[in-house]
Design a protein around this ligand. Structure first.
Ligand SMILES: *[C@@H]1O[C@H](CO)[C@@H](O)[C@H](O)[C@H]1NC(C)=O
Ligand SMILES: *[C@@H]1O[C@H](CO)[C@@H](O)[C@H](O)[C@H]1NC(C)=O
Ligand SMILES: *[C@@H]1O[C@H](CO)[C@@H](O)[C@H](O)[C@H]1NC(C)=O
Ligand SMILES: *[C@@H]1O[C@H](CO)[C@@H](O)[C@H](O)[C@H]1NC(C)=O
Ligand SMILES: *[C@@H]1O[C@H](CO)[C@@H](O)[C@H](O)[C@H]1NC(C)=O
Ligand SMILES: *[C@@H]1O[C@H](CO)[C@@H](O)[C@H](O)[C@H]1NC(C)=O
Length: 816
């Protein structure tokens, strides 16, 4: 009963403090159909639930188990996935009728293919749920024809399509973990298709060798001729918590043929152990979600095989988090060759009582051992020790993503260093590509693969082709594992810290490291640009040397216009920073917005050059240069940089009528510009977005991008006319700023008071065009600004003119 892990668990439970986890942000995000990552999709109207994937050895053919069908997809072409052949395999009307008569939903009665394995060079073995009456069959892999009448699938495939199972064929024999009855409460690990003098084997199910398991995966260890099963189940050894779930690894030997009297036609080599994904003094991530095998590096011993698993937690403190833990085959082997717990058959409780060892449980070759020895292994199959993760720590924790599937690859980077790269599928439909480094995990990128969360998915990695296949309810998506050409400068290529990619100085391109013999610029561990690219960050002086002002993009403005300069982020990990030659950006005059853009009011003092720099990993790069110039009064036409506002927001019905006549239409920009008095008292907000697709986005900017999408003009803030005041203000601003602030605030207060009554229902022609999203965004931006800006004269004018924010709480009813 006394159990060190029990104690440590209690300690963990009591002393659990939400650990300080740093958020892992993907460096680059590729949203759906982004040009930086070309996805190939296969979907077909009458093909759905394409969730069981099997890749041919050469990686040219992908077999898909779908609903009522098996497909052969030709994936050898670069730009398309081609359907080669399709086998329809559905239950008959009568089967379906019986299924629904048994009380099952019609939508769950089709034949969902859940086992798809190569049997030999010519045939595939497939099993499906077949209207809650599982069937298996042999399929010719070229023609996709069924060769023999279907077998019964009991014990090989689940009845219920929502139950997870695992299956693997080795040497023509099928090893499965699934439930073997209609109700789903007889789990079994078994062997089928045994021939000659070997018999099919299964677990002895009288003793509760499995406790309500969820099967995750199985793996063949060629060196030991063992099959490992991974699953979660109720941990009976922890009897102090009701239904405490534990993750397990179980083993069986392929040479097993069962006992002669005891354990006849049953496994004599079954043993299981706990997989513990837990950091010190924390609650364990106890529920395994998926696991993948990383074979040893070339020439390394088989014991160096590592299993990478995704684990989540049963407890709400850790909900929404997932951890990745890795387990070495050596550690699993040494746990199985250690001591075993003892089951008290009356109470069904486990203890670690030391006893005389009659046999070594888990040992291969017990088939003609004595009855005594077999009885011993029959009762001692739970290893005393738990398998601990490599380095006794978690490989990676994500605080804000539920990972459901993973696949792992060893990547040879430039300079022949090896890195472990994980591809993790999130519940929300993204693939995260992460590299495990000494300093922790680094998420190189995220790629959106589907829009709607999908209930059942699968993930298959094709290393020779450099592709990942994702099977979902709706089809198959192919994702390239890397696209180095997306990074077009050496700093970008190095900052990505992608072991797949390196900078080739000869071709001046970011290229795949595996295809190149020459030495490449790459620093996966640290991302040090200066070393890898042989380049130096610009210093302020270098940027603004004497008489060396950069040209920049011209932005022409009118005085008192609110200018907003856009700065594309180099990545989601970069920080943006604005600079001007020879002057500081005082926070009184400039607003740094959350998306990295800069906002200020055009005055003689704020005209001039602006540089936006992005800093990442200690490296600075220039993202944008602007030259803000005052619009010449005689200038006939501005080259499309500013859009004078023509959307008055009258505050009363009378105001609306009055303004319709006096305000120029949008098309009359030119006329308006030649009459500066008309427009100069407008509050204008000019947004600039660089002519570049910004695929690097932060969580916040994702919403903002929606606002930007249709046009570059974001803010249409305007309000009642303050012509005289503004003229005065502009003059006074320069002469006597402090006095002005006081006056202005006073005036504004007066005005605001008289205008804050709800005024909904007077939309103008133009404001009609704005979607609710845009309006909401507009409010958001303005109210954010308000917080920082009230001490600034100009900014507070903006706030009030916009009539959007105010300390008096009428904001939501005020029209924009
Ligand atoms: C890689 O990125 C480049 C630049 O964004 C793009 O043109 C190309 O189509 C991408 N290739 C793939 C295979 O995604
Ligand atoms: C593969 O297995 C099937 C089914 O048992 C059998 O008909 C076929 O002859 C086998 N093919 C080879 C090459 O052994
Ligand atoms: C993760 O999963 C939990 C439970 O399954 C759910 O409550 C949570 O909203 C999910 N979080 C995300 C970010 O999808
Ligand atoms: C085990 O049984 C096999 C036949 O099943 C026999 O040939 C072999 O000698 C036996 N080994 C021992 C150690 O009894
Ligand atoms: C099959 O796919 C549909 C969506 O297309 C989904 O609602 C359903 O749950 C899936 N069924 C199974 C058994 O996965
Ligand atoms: C940006 O992407 C959109 C579609 O994603 C495309 O139509 C447009 O041409 C792209 N612009 C640039 C500058 O690449």
């Amino acid at each position: 009963m006394e159990n060190p892990s029990l104690l440590s668990l209690i300690v963990a439970l009591l002393g659990f403090l939400s650990p300080c986890l740093t958020r892992l942000t993907p460096r680059v995000s590729f949203p759906m159909s982004s040009p930086g990552r070309h996805l190939t999709r296969f979907s077909c109207r009458d093909v759905s639930n394409t969730t069981t994937l099997l890749l041919s050895e050469d990686g040219d053919m992908l077999y898909v188990g779908a609903r009522d069908a098996v497909l052969a997809l030709d994936v050898s072409h670069k730009d398309a996935i081609i359907l080669r052949s399709k086998l329809d395999w559905s239950p008959s009307e009568k089967d379906l009728e019986q299924c629904s008569m048994k009380g099952k939903k019609m939508a769950d009665c089709p034949n969902f293919i859940r086992v798809l394995q190569f049997l030999n060079t010519t045939h595939i073995y497939a099993c499906g749920t077949f209207a809650f009456s599982p069937r298996c069959t042999y399929i010719h892999s070229e023609t996709l024809t069924m060769s023999i009448k279907p077998d019964e699938g009991r014990g090989r495939c689940p009845y219920d399509p929502y139950q997870r199972n695992t299956a693997i064929i080795v040497d023509g024999e099928l090893y499965t973990g699934t439930v073997a009855d209609y109700r789903g409460n007889r789990p079994v690990i078994s062997r089928h298709l045994s021939e000659a003098r070997r018999v099919d084997l299964k677990l002895d199910d009288t003793l509760g060798w499995l406790e309500d398991p969820t099967f995750i995966s199985s793996s063949f260890s060629p060196d030991e001729e063992k099959i490992y099963f991974f699953f979660s189940e109720v941990g009976r050894e922890y009897d102090f918590i009701d239904k405490f779930i534990v993750s397990r690894v179980a083993q069986i030997c392929m040479s097993d043929v069962g006992g002669q009297r005891t354990l006849q036609r049953r496994w004599t080599t079954f043993a299981k152990a706990q997989l513990l994904c837990q950091a010190d003094n924390e609650l364990p991530y106890n529920v395994i979600q998926d696991i993948d095998t990383l074979p040893p590096a070339e020439g390394a011993p088989a014991d160096d095989t590592v299993f990478y698993g995704i684990f989540t937690s049963q407890w709400s403190v850790n909900s929404g988090r997932s951890a990745v833990c890795s387990f070495r085959l050596t550690d699993i082997k040494s746990v199985f060759s250690g001591n075993y717990k003892v089951l008290n058959r009356d109470t069904l409780q486990w203890s670690t009582r030391v006893q005389e060892k009659v046999a070594n449980p888990g040992e291969c070759g017990l088939h003609n051992a004595s009855d005594n020895a077999l009885r011993f292994v029959k009762e001692n199959f739970l290893a005393d020790d738990s398998v601990r993760p490599v380095g006794r720590s978690l490989s990676m924790v994500s605080t804000d993503h539920n990972y459901s599937h993973l696949t792992v690859q060893r990547v040879k980077g430039a300079n022949s260093k090896h890195y472990t790269v994980l591809f993790l599928l999130t519940e929300s439909g993204y693939i995260h590509k992460a590299v495990l480094l000494q300093s922790g995990a680094h998420i190189i990128e995220e790629i959106q693969v589907f829009e709607q969360p999908q209930p059942v998915k699968s993930l298959k990695l094709s290393i020779p082709k450099g592709m990942i296949y994702v099977g979902t309810s709706e089809g198959v998506v192919r994702v390239p594992t890397a696209n180095c050409s997306f990074y077009w400068t050496c700093p970008q290529c190095v900052l990505a810290r992608d072991p797949f990619c390196g900078w080739d100085p000869a071709s001046k391109a970011c290229v795949e490291a595996s295809n190149t013999q020459t030495s490449l610029g790459q620093d996966t561990e640290k991302g040090n640009v200066e070393e890898a690219c042989n380049s130096v960050s610009f210093t302020h002086r270098a940027r603004f040397g004497p008489n060396k002002l950069p040209a920049g993009e011209l932005v022409t403005v009118s005085l008192n216009e609110v200018v907003r300069l856009q700065c594309p982020a180099a990545s989601q990990l970069s920080k943006q920073l604005w600079e001007r030659p020879n002057s500081r950006l005082s926070s009184d005059l400039y607003l740094h917005l959350e998306d990295g853009s800069l906002s200020f009011v055009a005055t003689p003092a704020t005209l001039g050059h602006y540089l936006c720099l992005s800093t990442e990993n200690g490296y600075q790069q220039t993202m944008a240069i602007y030259h803000v110039k005052q619009k010449s009064i005689l200038m006939a036409q501005t080259p499309g940089y500013t859009w004078p506002q023509t959307h008055p927001i009258p505050t009363t019905k009378a105001g609306l009528h009055a303004s319709v006549g006096t305000w120029p239409k949008r098309a009359d920009t030119r006329q308006q510009e030649t009459e500066p008095t008309q427009s100069s008292w407008d509050t204008q907000v000019t947004t600039r977005q660089r002519d570049r697709n910004v695929t690097f986005r932060t969580e916040e900017s994702r919403q903002k991008e929606a606002e930007f999408r249709d046009g570059e003009l974001l803010l249409l803030a305007r309000g009642p006319c303050y012509l005289k005041e503004l003229v005065v203000v502009s003059v006074l601003l320069v002469l006597c700023l402090s006095l002005l602030i006081t006056m202005l605030l006073y005036v504004i207060r007066q005005r605001c008071r008289s205008r804050t009554a709800p005024q909904a229902g007077t939309p103008t022609r133009h404001s009609d065009r704005r979607t609710p999203v845009e309006q909401e965004a507009l409010r958001g931006v303005l109210s954010k600004r308000n917080g920082q800006a009230l001490h600034s004269g100009q900014a507070s004018r903006l706030v009030c003119n916009g009539a959007l924010t105010g300390s008096n709480g009428h904001l939501p009813n005020t029209p924009i």
